[in-house]
Write a protein that binds this ligand. Sequence first.
Ligand SMILES: *[C@@H]1O[C@H](CO)[C@@H](O)[C@H](O)[C@H]1NC(C)=O
Ligand SMILES: *[C@@H]1O[C@H](CO)[C@@H](O)[C@H](O)[C@H]1NC(C)=O
Ligand SMILES: *[C@@H]1O[C@H](CO)[C@@H](O)[C@H](O)[C@H]1NC(C)=O
Ligand SMILES: *[C@@H]1O[C@H](CO)[C@@H](O)[C@H](O)[C@H]1NC(C)=O
Ligand SMILES: *[C@@H]1O[C@H](CO)[C@@H](O)[C@H](O)[C@H]1NC(C)=O
Ligand SMILES: *[C@@H]1O[C@H](CO)[C@@H](O)[C@H](O)[C@H]1NC(C)=O
Ligand SMILES: *[C@@H]1O[C@H](CO)[C@@H](O)[C@H](O)[C@H]1NC(C)=O
Length: 226
Amino acid sequence: MMLFFIKPRIITALLLFLVVSISLQTCQVNSQCSKGCDLALASYDVWRGSNVTLIADLFSVPVSTLLSWNPATLPDRDTVIAGTRVNIPFPCDCINGNFLAHVFNYSVSSGDTYDIVASHFYANLTSTTWLRRFNSYPENNIPDAGVLNVTVNCSCGNKAISKDYGLFITWPIEVGDTLESVASANNLSADLISRYNPTANFTAGSGLLFIPAKGKLLQLDVIELD
Ligand SMILES: *[C@@H]1O[C@H](CO)[C@@H](O)[C@H](O)[C@H]1NC(C)=O
Ligand SMILES: *[C@@H]1O[C@H](CO)[C@@H](O)[C@H](O)[C@H]1NC(C)=O
Ligand SMILES: *[C@@H]1O[C@H](CO)[C@@H](O)[C@H](O)[C@H]1NC(C)=O
Ligand SMILES: *[C@@H]1O[C@H](CO)[C@@H](O)[C@H](O)[C@H]1NC(C)=O
Ligand SMILES: *[C@@H]1O[C@H](CO)[C@@H](O)[C@H](O)[C@H]1NC(C)=O
Ligand SMILES: *[C@@H]1O[C@H](CO)[C@@H](O)[C@H](O)[C@H]1NC(C)=O
Ligand SMILES: *[C@@H]1O[C@H](CO)[C@@H](O)[C@H](O)[C@H]1NC(C)=O
C-alpha cells in the first residue's frame, strides 16, 4: 500500500528534476551574456552626401559628443570626409541574454529598404538579415512613417584573451580591407585582431570585427564629454 502511494511521488519528483535540469541546460546554451558594458564604439564608414547632423541622429548621440570623439576626422560640425571612418560611442547591452548589441531607432523615409538602411545609412554596421530579424514589416512594405529597430552588435572584451582591453570598436569589414590594413589603421598587431576575431573572413568583404580600442580611452581625459 505504502509503495503504491510513494511511487508516483518519486516519479513526479524525478520528472520535475529532469525538466528543471533540461531547462537549465537549454538556458545555459542559449544564454551568451548576462550583462553588457557602458561603452562601445561603432566605426562608421563616411559616405559622400552624409553630414554630422545625420550621423548624430542615426545613433541618437549629441553632435558635440560625436565631434569630441573624432577630433581628426570631424574637425567641426560642417565637415565630413567621405571614405574616412568616424567612431561613434554607444552603450553595449545584453539583448535577451543572447548577445551583445544596441538597438537604435531609425525613422523611415519614403523609398527606404532594409538593404539601403543597412548598407547605406548604417554603413554595414548592421545587415539586411539582422534588420529582417528584428522588424515585423515585410521587406516590400515598410511604412513611410515607421520606426525600424537597427541592431548593432558590440563587444565588451574577453578575459580569456586579455584583461588589458575593455573598450571595443565594432568595425564592418569593407571590400578591400585586409587583416594587415585593419591592424595598421588601428595601430595594433594583426595577431591581436585575429585572436579576437577567429572567424573573420576578409575575402568576403563583409561581416563585423571587434577591435580593442584601449588607446582611444585616453581621449576621454583630454576632451570633455557632454
Ligand atoms: C544631411 O544629410 C541628409 C541626408 O542626405 C539631408 O536630408 C540633410 O538635409 C543634411 N543636413 C545638413 C545640415 O546638411
Ligand atoms: C527607441 O524607441 C523606444 C520606444 O519609443 C525607446 O524606448 C528607446 O529608448 C529608443 N531607443 C533609442 C536608442 O533612442
Ligand atoms: C556596405 O557594403 C556594400 C557591399 O559591400 C558596399 O557596396 C557599400 O559601399 C558599403 N557601405 C558603406 C557605407 O561603406
Ligand atoms: C550579431 O551577432 C549575432 C550573434 O553572434 C550574429 O548571429 C549576427 O549575425 C550578428 N549580426 C551582424 C550584422 O553581424
Ligand atoms: C522593435 O522592437 C520592439 C521591441 O522588441 C518591438 O516591440 C517592435 O514591434 C519592433 N518594431 C518593429 C517594426 O518590428
Ligand atoms: C602606435 O603604437 C605605438 C606603440 O604602442 C606607439 O608608440 C605609437 O605612438 C602609436 N602610433 C600612433 C599613430 O598612434
Ligand atoms: C570567405 O568568403 C569567401 C567569399 O564569400 C568564400 O568563398 C569562402 O568560402 C569564405 N571562407 C570561409 C573560411 O568561410
